[in-house]
Design a protein around this ligand. Structure first.
Ligand SMILES: NC(=O)c1ccc[n+]([C@@H]2O[C@H](COP(=O)([O-])OP(=O)(O)OC[C@H]3O[C@@H](n4cnc5c(N)ncnc54)[C@H](OP(=O)(O)O)[C@@H]3O)[C@@H](O)[C@H]2O)c1
Length: 281
């Protein structure tokens, strides 16, 4: 059954693939926007956009790697204009809490004349299992700056359920929904939780941001990745707007947001944190 023509840009990513699963449970087969989908969608090739948006009524937009990177605002602007021209009726934009650049992208969507919902998220739990915090956990040595900053880490499954709900329910049009977890926790708390749920000894090292950046440069990470991570730590993590629990997940879903411990218990069972050089312990 295909009752709505829905496009998920980033439909194989951390939130997008979970939104697709949520929609499929409701009998809706969304179109996936990714470089590997057919038709393919590539942020760096506008010629691919028209085919992906053809016949689409609603879309969920995640920008990779982050709305803060140079060029993101222009891409969101061009995509929004094209969506309007092609008759898209509603956009749900994934944005980041405490990111000035992301707020500029939100404003483009809000002022476009297309129906919209903004889903503004704090840092994801899944950064520890599907993104840049996974390798340090596998190595057993987690060295991070700002170990005392309180962060309302949110679960990508909760974000996806909220996104699927607001995509289908127009009563959330013109709203900004702030998705956070139910508690404020520190990096040190997180490492302790992962250590106990995965039954592994993890060492936590509190380092300065400069040491963290130097470490990434020594590992020869690409300059744009180092820039983004430095930006996220120095501008987003420390922004007081980011250090607040909001109950919008519960307001939309009618149940409490998942705790980091619930996420860690589920994730530990997959064995992802027990790997050593690609092998499970
Ligand atoms: N991680 C966090 O803690 C956090 C917190 C708040 C907000 N956010 C926001 O979340 C957004 C990212 O969402 P996400 O984490 O769900 O996605 P993600 O996992 O970062 O993105 C991966 C998806 O993007 C696609 N992709 C990568 N490069 C692409 C390109 N050049 N053209 C088209 N598609 C491309 C990938 O498909 P292919 O590789 O097949 O193309 C895949 O579907 C960012 O804008 C970020 O600001 C993240």
């Amino acid at each position: 059954m295909n009752v709505e023509n829905i496009l998920i840009i980033g439909g194989t990513g951390k939130t997008g693939r979970r939104v697709a699963e949520q929609l499929k449970k409701k009998g809706i087969e969304p179109r996936i926007g990714s470089r590997n989908a057919l038709p393919s969608f590539d942020w760096n090739n506008k010629e691919t956009w028209v085919k992906s948006l053809d016949g689409i009524e609603k879309m969920y937009v995640t920008y990779h790697p982050d709305l803060a990177v140079p060029g993101a605002k222009e891409a969101i602007e061009s995509l929004t204009y094209l969506a309007k021209e092609l008759g898209v009726k509603k956009m749900v934009l994934l944005s980041g809490k405490g990111e000035t650049e992301a707020e500029a992208c939100e404003a483009i969507v809000m002022n476009s004349g297309i129906n919209y919902t903004i889903v503004r998220a704090s840092w994801f739990n899944q950064n520890w299992s599907e993104s840049f915090f996974l390798d340090p956990v596998i190595s057993g040595e987690v060295a991070l700056p700002m170990s005392d900053v309180l962060i309302p880490f949110v679960d990508a499954n909760d974000i996806a359920e909220v996104v699927a709900t607001v995509l289908l329910d127009d009563s959330y049009n013109r709203e900004t929904i702030e998705v956070t977890g139910p508690e404020l926790i520190t990096f040190k708390d997180i490492v302790d939780i992962i250590s106990s749920t995965s039954n592994r000894k993890l060492n936590f090292h509190n380092i300065t941001l400069e040491q963290y950046i130097d470490g990434m440069k020594k590992m020869q990470l690409p300059t744009d990745v180092v820039w983004l991570i430095e930006y996220l730590f120095s501008h987003v993590l420390t922004n007081p707007k980011n250090q607040v629990v909001v109950n919008d997940v519960e307001r939309v879903l009618g149940r409490k947001a998942r705790t980091f411990k619930e996420y860690a218990l589920e994730t530990a069972k997959t064995g992802i944190w027990s790997q050593v050089e690609g092998q499970c312990l």
